[in-house]
Write a protein that binds this ligand. Structure first.
Ligand code: GTP
Ligand code: MG
Length: 362
């Protein structure tokens, strides 16, 4: 999974990136950079480690990895004027989700491109640039469709045109494509365009250390932007989190003292999973204990396919147990004996925290 970190210049994107990934990318280098910083992180998940160490005792424990991409700042007009590198825009189109860093921290020594601190305004600026990028894609496709349709009638292409015209109207009125309701077929039809304003967006309000007490109020002030389809917001102090993540030891102690629930990465992942409707399930054996990410509502049959195509093809049944129950039983054998293991068919909807054991035959 790839998550893109975007926002105006100097809002703390790279600081956040460092906090999340433990990287030490240079801070405050606007304009010099033409590529995004990129780093993969293993998502810490206590459930996985408990299962690996106490239940499966497997040599290998494989967490979920997320790739974070830290982009250069997007300024007002930088997409419209083409100043933002095309290849950067292309890699942004590839991400599964966007984190928009918005500055709330006050610091005279850090300039603000707009000259003042105003999170709502900044959100609108970046939204507008993304909207513009999508509009360009829609218009290009519409004009080539018009040419094709002049030559011959084609119901599929006409459908696509109608759908894109809907998207165009929405974008032209300044509305993100997240806002329009699409049928699963329509969703599939536009997936290939990788629209930026259709991607789930987590707004990350970067607050100063001195503002942590008022974080809730600050979040309230941007509710009208964050409480929209496909959007959510959290507040975090990127600078402090970066310092914590660079502590060699005692990071956990420190987080507790600050009243923070888990590392920045853990909080971000939690918020992103919720926003993106994702769940985690587990598999385990002597060799490997592993965490998997799947869309909410996934069936046991499809989940089996994620693990191995043979398991999907030869699916017989799934043995399922919640991770905590399994931990209490101590082993799959024990859980089976105690009748705690549930036998489920193809259509079973996998739940967050399930441990799956797929029986299959090919
Ligand atoms: N006071 C304060 N300063 C911060 C905070 N987060 C970032 N900064 C400072 O803001 C400046 C810019 O931080 P970066 O992380 O480089 O910001 P950026 O968004 O990556 O900037 P560009 O990549 O140049 O667009 C640096 O001087 C940081 O130290 C914060 O929470 N509080
Ligand atoms: Mg940066």
């Amino acid at each position: 999974m790839q998550i893109g970190i975007i926002g105006l210049p100097y809002v703390g994107k790279t600081t956040l990136f460092n906090a999340l990934t433990g990287a030490e990318a240079e801070i405050g280098l606007y304009s010099a950079k033409r590529t995004a910083n990129i780093a993969a992180v293993k998502v810490p998940d206590d459930r996985l480690y408990l299962l690996g160490e106490r239940v499966f005792r497997s040599g290998k424990i494989t967490p979920i990895t997320i790739e974070y991409l830290d982009f250069v700042g997007i300024k007002e007009g930088s997409v419209r004027s083409g100043e933002l590198d095309r290849s950067l825009l292309a890699s942004l189109r590839n991400v599964d989700g966007i984190v928009h860093v918005v500055r709330a921290f006050k610091d005279e020594s850090v300039p603000h491109v707009e000259g003042s601190i105003d999170p709502g305004r900044d959100i609108e600026i970046v939204d507008l640039e993304l909207t513009f990028a999508d509009l360009q894609v829609v218009e290009n496709r519409l004009s080539s469709l018009a040419k094709e349709l002049r030559v011959k009638r084609d119901p599929d292409l006409e459908h696509e045109r109608d759908l894109l015209e809907r998207c165009q109207r929405s974008l032209e009125s300044g509305e993100a494509l997240r806002e329009i309701e699409l049928s699963p077929e329509e969703e599939r039809a536009i997936r290939g365009f990788q629209f930026l304003t259709r991607k789930p967006m987590l707004i990350l309000l970067n607050v100063g250390e001195d503002q942590m007490e008022e974080a809730e109020e600050l979040l309230d002030s941007i509710r009208r932007f964050s409480e929209r389809p496909g959007r959510a917001a959290i507040a975090l102090c990127a600078e402090l989190e970066m310092e914590i993540s660079q502590l060699e030891e005692d990071a956990e102690e420190f987080l507790k003292e600050m009243g923070l629930e888990g590392s920045a990465l853990q909080r971000m992942v939690r918020a992103s999973y919720e926003l993106m409707d994702l769940i985690t399930f587990f598999t385990g054996g002597d060799k490997e204990t592993r965490a998997w990410t799947a869309p909410k509502g996934i069936t046991a049959h499809r989940a089996a396919g994620m693990i191995h195509s043979d398991m999907e093809r030869g699916f017989i049944r799934a043995e399922v147990i919640n991770w905590r129950e399994l931990l209490e039983c101590g082993s799959f054998t024990k859980a089976r004996e105690e009748g705690k293991l549930r036998i489920e068919g193809k259509e079973y909807i996998v739940q967050d925290g399930d441990v799956l054991h797929i029986r299959f035959n090919v």
